[in-house]
Design a protein around this ligand. Structure first.
Ligand code: CO8
Length: 258
């Protein structure tokens, strides 16, 4: 029995599978979903047996946005005092790798959560968009920033100002998603990819993730220096010795995460 109301969490070997589960609202993200994801992601990060996580929704919707019905009546003071949805920052602080597997609608907050992932694998049915302008508002969970980083100003501005949806093929061409697969293959592909990552040296996985993310926060010179220092640091790990010895001995690495 899952201890959660709005998500399902399952461990498949070293891969944690988290499924958004509010089908009646197309997986709209409310405060309960957020709190449950914070808890599930923290549990994943703390569990040494788990090496990669996949977040997914349903065939029809990854998530159709933040829950409009929850937000509708709120005023500025309430939103500001509660720092409404500020908790998503905690999800983005997950240290270990995670993938968003997206089928159907990924709109508004749904698109924004997918973009918080380390990368997105999309079904050919996926539709991405930031339609908040149609509700008289804007993205509020990082969409104006992450979409612009991902696809550049022209497409990000056009999508935010018109609220139009972008299909999977265009999303791949534009750099928003890593890979598009037939809808029927989405979960197999996402789990297979997660298993491949889960089979890597755990500290190297975290270090690779930190480095790529540093590219968004640092100058090129700072980022390259950060990369080199972390690279040097991995020579203090057992897994570096094991990985390089395994290569020389022509066998797979046997990682300890030390
Ligand atoms: N919130 C609440 N309920 C929703 C949402 C949503 N975002 N999306 C769908 N639902 C509900 C519908 O109200 C409907 O419920 P009911 O059956 O009770 O009427 C049920 O889900 C099924 O939806 P539809 O009947 O509309 O299904 P369709 O297949 O006809 O349409 C769409 C699918 C096109 C996805 C349509 O549902 C839609 O346009 N949804 C809203 C998309 C949207 O505008 N998303 C952006 C929301 S705002 C946002 O995400 C801001 C994020 C930043 C917040 C940060 C705060 C700091």
């Amino acid at each position: 029995m899952s201890q959660y109301e709005t998500i399902l969490v399952e461990q498949r070997g070293a891969v944690t599978l988290v499924t958004l589960n509010r089908p009646q609202a197309l997986n709209a993200l409310n405060s309960t979903v957020l709190q449950e994801l914070i808890d599930a992601f923290a549990a994943y990060d703390a569990d040494a047996s788990q090496r990669c996580l996949v977040l997914t929704g349903s065939e029809k919707a990854f998530a159709a946005g933040a829950d409009i019905k929850e937000m509708q009546a709120q005023g500025f003071a309430q939103m500001y005092a509660s720092n409404f949805f500020g908790g998503w920052e905690q999800v983005t602080r997950t240290r270990k790798p995670w993938i968003a597997a997206v089928a159907g609608f990924a709109l508004g907050g749904g698109c924004e959560v997918a973009m918080m992932a380390d990368f997105i694998i999309a079904a050919d049915s996926a539709k991405f968009g930031q339609p908040e302008i149609k509700l008289g508002v804007t993205p509020g969970m990082g969409g104006s920033q992450r979409l612009t980083w991902a696809v550049g100003k022209a497409k990000a501005m056009e999508m935010c100002l018109t609220g139009r949806m972008m299909g999977a093929e265009e999303a791949e061409r534009s750099g928003l998603v890593a890979k598009v697969v037939p809808a029927a293959d989405l979960m197999d592909e996402a789990i297979k990819t997660a298993e491949a990552i889960a089979g890597m040296a755990p500290l190297a996985a975290i270090a690779n993730k930190e480095m790529v993310n540093a590219a968004f926060e640092m100058t090129l010179a700072q980022g390259i220096n950060f990369e080199r220092r972390l690279f040097h640091g991995l020579f203090g790990t057992e897994d570096q010795k094991e990985g390089m010895t395994a290569f020389v001995e022509k066998r797979p690495g046997n990682w300890t995460g030390k």
